[in-house]
Design a protein around this ligand. Structure first.
Ligand SMILES: [Zn+2]
Length: 334
């Protein structure tokens, strides 16, 4: 038989009898939406990576104790975070051509001294066109420094859910991870890379049942029901194998898989593929949670799109998860 190729000696190409490969070209140019990041804290170069990888729109979350230097944290410190993100937002769009929207909220990872002052101030922020969500917030089983009793946290979460409902905004829920990405713990005195205050200040626990991470989410959903917020207006970020069956199987919430710190959470595109297979793609989104205080990756969603295809997920489901669901829920990328 004549050789197919003019190579000096036969190569593997000669014996390759597989069907011609039809690459998923659509995925290379497909825009995507990051429903949870803190890109206003990133470097210019990291934000540029979002544009280079095809990010069309993102929700920058202006809540988080990592960026308030004072302890205890006061309402005015959190207010500063909202204002800082608001001030940077439009230049981020001009610099990077990515639609940059905001979520404002009170995160409960550190106790805030006078949360009512924040809740009183939040309404006018929720009115802004730039603000597309309330959050991230949600009961957390441990606090950095002073503990925040669960009932008080829950009241703050519930009040934010009521505000979201009043302003017809979705809530970006922070859910705690149950597991970790590594079986070994980090060196004492060094700690987890990124949480810069984690080694010095203690962590106090306010929930200590069998599964405090899942209990937290159950409290959140009860708080939403009490506040009159429909479950389908909740996007539960940091979905993981510990909470995904509850959230997709027993509630009407959306989940968002955070894909850029798998080293911390153990959550990867394989978890997204498994959830799509089990529950369909209708209530699934993805995010990066990219932030300057943690080892994170602006390319995570783009990588996951290709990986989901490799893992057997249909292109239509990939599109739904990275673009269509976020566009509908957050009313962005119009
Ligand atoms: Zn976050």
């Amino acid at each position: 038989m004549p050789a197919r190729y003019p190579t000096r000696r036969p190569t593997e190409a000669e014996s390759d009898t597989s069907d011609p490969f039809d690459p998923p070209a659509d995925l290379l140019n497909r825009p995507w939406i990051d429903v949870h990041n803190h890109a206003h804290t990133l470097s210019w170069a990291d934000r540029e990576r979002f544009s280079l990888a095809g990010c069309r729109s993102m929700v920058m979350v202006a809540a988080g104790h990592h960026w308030t230097p004072y302890r205890p944290v006061r309402a005015e410190d959190v207010r500063y975070l909202w204002d800082d993100a608001l001030a940077r937002r439009s230049s981020i769009e001009r610099d990077h051509f990515v639609e940059a929207t905001l979520a404002v909220g009170v995160h409960t990872g550190v106790r805030v001294e006078d949360p009512d002052a924040l809740l009183d101030a939040m309404g006018p922020y929720c009115e802004l066109e730039e603000v597309v969500a309330v959050g991230e917030t949600g009961v957390t089983p441990t606090q950095q420094g002073n503990a925040w009793p669960m009932e008080e946290q829950r009241a703050v979460v519930r009040a934010q859910m009521a505000l979201a409902d009043d302003h017809d905004l979705p809530v970006l829920l922070h859910t705690p991870y149950a597991g970790g990405g590594t079986d070994r713990s980090y060196r004492p005195g060094v700690g987890v890379p990124g949480f810069e205050t984690a080694t010095g200040a203690g962590r106090e626990r306010v929930l200590d049942g069998e599964n405090p991470a899942l209990e937290s989410v159950e409290h959140d959903i009860e708080a939403a029901d009490e506040a009159g917020l429909a479950e389908e207006r909740i996007v539960a970020s940091h979905a993981d194998p510990n909470n995904v069956d509850y959230l997709l199987g027993s509630t009407d919430c959306y989940v968002s898989f955070t894909l850029s710190h798998s080293w911390l959470s153990g959550v990867t595109a394989a978890d997204v593929a498994a959830a799509i297979e089990e529950y369909g793609s209708e209530r699934i989104t993805v995010d990066t949670d990219c932030a300057n205080v943690l080892r994170t990756d602006p390319f995570a969603i783009k990588r996951a799109m290709l990986e989901l295809y490799r893992l057997g997920v249909d292109e239509a489901d990939v599109r739904r998860v990275v673009f269509e669901n976020p566009r509908e829920v957050f009313d962005v990328a119009g």
